[in-house]
Write a protein that binds this ligand. Structure first.
Ligand code: MYA
Length: 436
């Protein structure tokens, strides 16, 4: 969601006037000597000390993949937590405890990622947090919080979960880092680097030296960047909240008609995935994902965790042919966003494209049509399960369906990063991994 919605509620005809005003103000500032040439790039006091390629040039020039720093034996890893400012202390958050889960939920609900205009903020529900933070092999030591010693209030959080990742066919045990969050009041005090160093230490202690993470922010070491695309479903709500607008020259009714989602699925026999489908879905994904430069390897246990439907969290569908073979698989997960300061709407229900596979056709067009059919049914199910918008990133083969399925280009870009692993950056269609 962050920075990725299309417009801030302006009618399109307002845009030119605003742009003109901004230009006039900029010229005035320039002539008054208040603003000069482009700002210098950020110094990255923290990131320049970390094992990530420092510049894009360095990254594209990589000749051989590999770690930037060697693994350390356990006894050479710092054994004690990093120091925190007086009055704060580390904690391991127990996600299985309803009260502690609630504290993480509340911290994120009030402080996590917002769009650039501050109209929407991700509101990860508790059942989604449980799903995202407790995959097979999860570790409590990787759910790291900072509390105020006196009040016990949770004021910062960072999490890691284990994953096996293939990078240009090299299989690596990694940690996926997510949900880095610092209370708004404690921002810009260099707490984020401390959280990152502490989770690095905890991962190193478990013998993990590589990480995968994504961020809306451009930082050193990006291995790929993908734009967000949005497929409106509940057009009225999206327009009313300012998430999208009616294009110039179109009426609201025309826009609504154009974006109406099919009331029945297209693919014969498409149904919800069940636990019995796990082995076939694992095989299908393994085969399909192999075409990407960066992709996960899921065990059966992980497929059961990540893909078997959980109401309101993750939705997965399969097509099984007459011989009992699963030929198609499609999944999406749900992240609602809090609508900030709106008189009528409080929540926007967004579906996010997750993993899929489908049969290749005899021609490129046939193949592309098969994928379009699959996404079309995905949109149908997203609508049936109450989602207002379907979002996807321009990765995997998603660009094949964007026009045909009436997606609109978002403002936001998501950057992918690898920690302590040197490789050339990937174009979007070579990225085969989705984080929450
Ligand atoms: S991405 C989601 C991030 N969360 C949010 O956007 C929520 C709202 N924002 C906040 O809570 C704060 O603004 C955060 C920064 C916490 C983001 N990833 O403490 P500071 C660098 C990495 O004064 P604050 C997600 O969860 C920044 O460039 N670094 O800043 C994945 C600067 O360093 P440098 C970031 O605003 C997280 C320094 O922090 C990010 O108060 C992956 C400033 O610190 C960011 N998203 O707090 C983490 N934002 O001076 C990396 C800012 O060098 C994991 N910064 O430019 C690395 C792998 C670790 C494990 C390795 C194991 C082997």
């Amino acid at each position: 969601m962050s920075n990725n919605k299309r417009a801030n509620g302006k009618k399109p005809q307002d845009v030119d006037e605003d742009d003109l005003m901004a230009t006039v103000q900029r010229i005035a500032a320039l002539s008054a000597g208040q603003e000069d040439a482009p700002k210098p790039p950020p110094e990255h006091k923290f990131w320049r000390t970390q094992p990530v390629p420092q510049t894009h040039e360095e990254q594209v020039a990589v000749e051989a993949d590999g770690p930037l720093e060697p693994n350390k034996p356990r006894d050479q890893v710092r054994q004690t937590p990093l120091p925190l400012p007086a009055g704060f202390e580390w904690c391991e958050v127990d996600i299985t405890d309803e009260n502690e889960l609630d504290q993480v939920y509340t911290l994120l609900f009030n402080n996590y990622v917002e769009d650039t205009e501050g109209n929407f903020r991700f509101g990860y529900p508790k059942d989604l947090l449980t799903w995202a933070l407790k995959p097979p092999g999860w570790k409590k030591t990787w759910h790291v919080g900072v509390r105020v010693s006196a009040s016990r209030k949770l004021v910062a959080f960072i999490s890691g979960i284990p994953a096996r990742m293939a990078v240009n066919k090299t299989e690596l045990p990694m940690v996926e880092i997510n949900f880095l969050c610092v209370l708004k009041k404690l921002r810009s005090k260099r707490l984020a680097p401390v959280l990152i160093k502490e989770i690095t230490r905890r991962c190193n202690l478990e013998g993990i030296f590589q990480a995968l993470y994504t961020a809306g922010t451009a930082l050193p070491g990006s291995v790929g960047a993908c734009r967000y695309w949005h497929r409106s479903i509940n057009v009225r709500k999206l327009v009313e909240t300012g998430f999208s607008y009616v294009p110039i020259g179109k009426t609201f009714e025309q826009q609504e008609r154009r974006l109406r989602v099919g009331s029945t699925p297209k693919l014969d026999g498409i149904r919800e995935m069940t636990v019995r489908d796990v082995p076939q879905v694992k095989r299908g994904l393994e085969e399909y994902n192999a075409r990407f430069g960066l992709h996960p390897h899921f065990s059966e246990e992980e497929i059961a965790h990540w893909m078997v439907p959980r109401k309101g969290v993750v939705h997965s569908y399969v097509v099984e042919n007459k011989e009992g073979k699963i030929t198609h698989f499609f999944s999406f997960y749900r992240i609602p966003s809090k609508v900030l300061n709106h008189p009528k709407h409080t929540e926007l229900n967004a579906a996010y494209s997750f993993y899929y596979f489908y049969p290749e056709g005899k021609t490129a067009i046939e193949t592309s049509n098969n994928l379009i059919e699959l996404f079309t049914d995905g949109l149908h199910f997203a609508d049936k399960t109450g989602h207002d918008v379907f979002n996807c990133l321009e990765l995997m083969e998603n660009s094949e369906v964007l026009d045909a399925c009436k997606f609109a280009r978002g403002d936001g870009v998501l950057h992918y990063y690898l920690y302590n692993w040197r490789c050339k950056p990937f174009p979007g269609d070579k990225l085969g991994v989705v984080l929450m």
